[in-house]
Write a protein that binds this ligand. Sequence first.
Ligand code: GFB
Length: 293
Amino acid sequence: GRGLVGSAIEADLKPTRNTLDLMDLDATVAYIQANNVTEIIHCAAKVGGIKANMEQLGEFFYANMILNTNVLEAARKCGVTKMVSFMSTCVFPDDATYPLSADQIHNGEPHPSNYAYAYAKRMLDVQSRAYRDQYGCNFVTVIPCNIYGPHDNFDLENSHVIPALIRKCETAMEQDTDFVIWGSGKPWREFMYVGDVAEVATWVLNNYDSPVPFIMSPDEEVQISTIAQEIATVMGFEGAIVYDASYPDGQLKKPSDNSVLKQHMPDFEFTSIQDGLKKAIDWYKANKKDVRS
Ligand code: GFB
């Protein structure tokens, strides 16, 4: 309930890692029973950016496998009527047909940089469908693109690109140094503002009952170099932006098919990347002392 996505979702109950250990099945069952939980948006996960994924393959696999398996099993045992679980566009095979569509999830190896996390997340689709088929559970999954916004993790090494670059840009301004971007700056990503993710996830909880994963992404991809320039502009950085090729680029691109979202929510308006970055930067500046890092 305190992560990037959980913070943006309105819910009656938001367990945190201090109030509920999802790695403990019995504790998870007891918590659901004690609080009469009937519906769950499951956004708990061990996540990180490209570097954390590459360096902690085993930890990312184990943590996500156990906590996902526990959450779905506890929900089944307790008769939870609806569950929405979060996968990620990194679950798709590296060698896929663009745009990425839900029918391609299991067609091949994920990108090597995050294969452990990707396979663990793919199992949410398998477990949700298996529980639907055997037990009749209305468990659905969503596949968001890269998410950013308030309450993100702003760690310099382990976070995702947007929070990392906001903090790096600030440091470059304070220390009068270059603003250093990992990789070539050429990869393309779809970025969705966390408030939009929360709105769509809540809609899915109330309206979408299909075993087919629901992809959440805006229409356009943005290049990492453009993100760096936007952040520099919003923060007023006037120095040099440089690229460090000793760091990995990861996947060159991963555009996803949002036609199902468009069909179900034709009037949905995505927050623009400019507005979203402003909100993320404002939040970071106002909460600098308390940010996760
Ligand atoms: O956000 P990020 O780690 O996510 O990186 P991925 C996106 C791109 O930004 C990569 C570049 O091409 C990075 O090389 N980049 C530039 C940086 N500077 C930085 C920096 O300072 N920090 C970071 N982190 N990146 C993750 C997956 O991949 O995306 C996860 O590993 C998950 O499994 C998540 O799916 C959404 O899109 O590359």
